[in-house]
Ligand binder design. Structure first.
Ligand code: ZN
Length: 645
């Protein structure tokens, strides 16, 4: 802490000042904070598990064999170096063989993967021409459907291609150079000319893309198109060939998340010369696999994506990258072993009790709302009452037996694992939705709300100090993990989540008056966050971050109520209001490099951590606890404090 700072002027620095002064971001990181400390811990633990699995005594075909061989193959730099460009031969020959637009459509279809997730993890970025997500139908909770999203960009967002200014111009030039460098490493002739052509094509793709703020608007995304209608609604692409190659040719309906972009991209497929498309596909086939190609590829990819785009000076050691890659490819198989060792049953029981207490507090807050009509209130309570909460790890583990992982084939392992992941999701099209499905692995430091499943995930790796410490007093526990639990519960009632009913149907259960009140309260929060500026020329986007900011305020309020209620049961050692809020502020301790902050302000639905800590200013008890007065920087007059729920 830095107690020389007045909490009412700068709560983030009051709670974290000493930490901020003494902490330096490690050279191989773009950011560092409480979340990174837990990430490091999970990574170290996973490293030990993978080292043991890689010793090689596991039965062939077992999960241990697969994770051990995946990890060992990724680590084997000498083996990868010796193969040189050989792993690229087949994929690049397939692209060179694209002779007409039908073949191009089939190639695009065959290359699609389950690589985006617009509602749970809110991941919209893919360098494949389209992203695919398979989940419960927004309009019919009895079935799963495929969703198709815009794709085709190597840079993090359309803004990088279309925004004016020296900084963006610099990124564009660096990206063109990066494309050329990758083509040269892949021994592709005429690399510079091709790089310009590829970049120009991506710029045209970007020009039809929806913005990040438009992407999170589910009302704009809920476009079920009959599969047979695609040729008419988005002409230019041979959709039959694409869907057949993507194994989506039996889905009667496909939801088009970004209709204007899908139409625009289809038109580009018809109008842009085949040569340019082949070059584009060639570059991405190489770039996407840089991590499992010879060292020079990975160095070049890091120089651009790590150093230039995120401001990270130094590349992570190979073992760390190998752990991350294995987690990405075989996360559930790693997680099953991880929780056996690192997640005690006693933690699960105490956390379930906390979830129940915070849920009950949220329910009491619903009862106490004066502005909400009884009908709307009943729907909200029904939704809360049927919320399904996953703690630590899933009830059932995924079966990896059809996936072949071969020691010494890092490139092939990566391809097969991604295809297997896609097939896993395709398999859901023949099944009814599973509300207990997990969207995070147990060793992930994060938590999620899944609106169509009306369920939450709290993975084992986040249920650790400083978020969760079984020995801490109630104030500290509720201020930290309690606020996270409250945050995830509140997502069910933020501007996004409140558009889904108890069954996950995208429907309006609000009266017009209630909705108007909710929007008015939300717009105050938009304005509050628009006013924050991490750099003089860069303001937070209050609309883009609204869902998260509502979840923070509502979640912290519910956690606070639950903490106060628990004081009646627990002993005098429950702590006090000050330690509740300080505990909350401390979980947001973090530092970020400027390039990453700039990237995330454009692309991330979360506001920078500092302002998330400062959201305490919306809660009345914070003013009393720290004697905050009018005139102090974070002071809000009572009518300006946002109390959505
Ligand atoms: Zn959130």
């Amino acid at each position: 802490m830095d107690t020389s700072v007045a909490p009412g002027d700068d709560f983030f620095r009051y709670a974290n000042g000493a930490w901020l002064r003494k902490t330096e971001i490690p050279a191989d990181r773009a950011s560092f904070g409480a979340w990174s400390e837990l990430f490091d811990q999970a990574q170290r633990r996973t490293h030990e598990l993978l080292e043991a699995a890689a010793k090689g005594s596991a039965a062939a075909g077992s999960d241990e064999q697969k994770i051990g061989d995946y990890y060992a193959s990724f680590l084997d730099e000498a083996g990868i170096e010796a193969k040189a460009l050989a792993p690229l031969r087949e994929p690049l020959a397939a692209i060179a063989g694209i002779g007409d637009r039908r073949a191009l459509a089939a190639y695009v279809g065959a290359s699609l993967r389950a690589d985006v997730d617009p509602l749970n993890n809110t991941n919209f970025q893919t360098d494949r021409l389209f992203g695919v997500w398979i989940a419960q139908d927004l309009n019919d909770p009895s079935r799963n459907v495929p969703f198709v999203l815009q794709g085709g960009l190597g840079l993090p967002d359309r803004d990088y291609y279309v925004e004016a200014g020296e900084r963006m111009e610099g990124y564009r030039k660096a990206y063109r150079d990066h494309i050329a460098a990758m083509l040269k490493l892949g021994s592709i002739a005429d690399a510079d000319a091709k790089a310009s052509r590829i970049f120009d094509l991506e710029r045209r793709i970007a020009s039809v893309h929806a913005t990040r703020t438009e992407s999170v608007d589910v009302a704009k995304a809920n476009n079920p198109w009959p599969r047979a209608e695609f040729a008419r609604r988005a002409p230019g692409l041979d959709w039959d060939a694409l869907f057949q190659a993507a194994h989506l040719d039996r889905a009667p309906t496909i939801v088009v998340w970004h209709p204007a972009a899908v139409r625009g991209i289809a038109a580009l497929v018809a109008s842009v010369p085949l040569d340019a498309w082949r070059d584009f596909m060639t570059f991405h086939a190489i770039d996407r696999r840089a991590a499992v190609l010879p060292k020079a590829f990975g160095e070049e990819a890091f120089a651009f994506y790590g150093r230039t785009l995120s401001g990270t000076p130094q590349r992570q050691e190979r073992w760390k990258r190998a752990v991350d890659a294995t987690n990405n490819a075989l996360g559930d198989a790693v997680g099953r072993i991880y929780v056996q060792k690192y997640f005690p049953a006693s933690a699960k029981a105490q956390l379930q009790q906390m979830v129940a207490n915070i849920s009950a507090a949220f329910d009491r807050r619903l009862d106490a709302l004066t502005w909400m009509a009884p009908k709307t209130k009943a729907s909200a309570k029904a939704k809360l009452g049927t919320l399904r909460v996953g703690i630590g790890y899933p009830d059932r583990w995924r079966d990896f037996s059809p996936l072949s992982i071969v020691r010494g084939d890092a490139f092939g392992n990566a391809e097969r694992a991604e295809l297997f992941e896609y097939q896993h999701h395709l398999g859901k099209l023949a099944q009814p939705p599973d509300r207990s499905e997990w969207w995070l692995t147990p060793q992930t430091v994060n938590a999620l709300n899944m609106p169509v499943q009306n369920s939450l995930n709290f993975p084992a790796a986040i249920l650790e100090p400083p978020f969760y410490d079984a020995a801490a007093n109630a104030a500290v526990r509720y201020g930290a993990v309690g606020a996270i639990i409250g945050h995830e519960i509140s997502h069910s009632f933020d501007d996004q989540g409140s558009q889904f009913d108890a069954d996950g149907r995208f429907t309006n259960w609000w009266t017009p008056e209630d909705l108007a009140h909710f929007k008015e309260a939300s717009s105050k929060l938009v304005a509050e966050f628009n006013a924050y500026a991490p750099f003089p020329d860069l303001h937070v986007n209050g609309q883009l971050t609204l869902s998260e900011n509502i979840a923070d305020v509502a979640g912290l309020s519910a956690a606070y109520d639950a903490y106060r209620a628990s004081r009646a049961q627990e002993s005098a050692a429950s702590g006090d209001d000050r330690s509740f809020f300080i505990s909350y502020g401390e979980t947001w301790r973090s530092k970020r490099r400027e390039a990453l902050t700039r990237q995330l302000v454009l692309t991330d639905g979360h506001a920078p951590d500092e302002y998330r800590a400062d959201t305490v200013r919306n809660l009345d008890p914070w003013y009393a606890a720290f004697d905050v007065k009018a005139g102090q920087k974070l002071f809000l007059a009572p009518p300006d404090r946002v109390q959505v729920w």
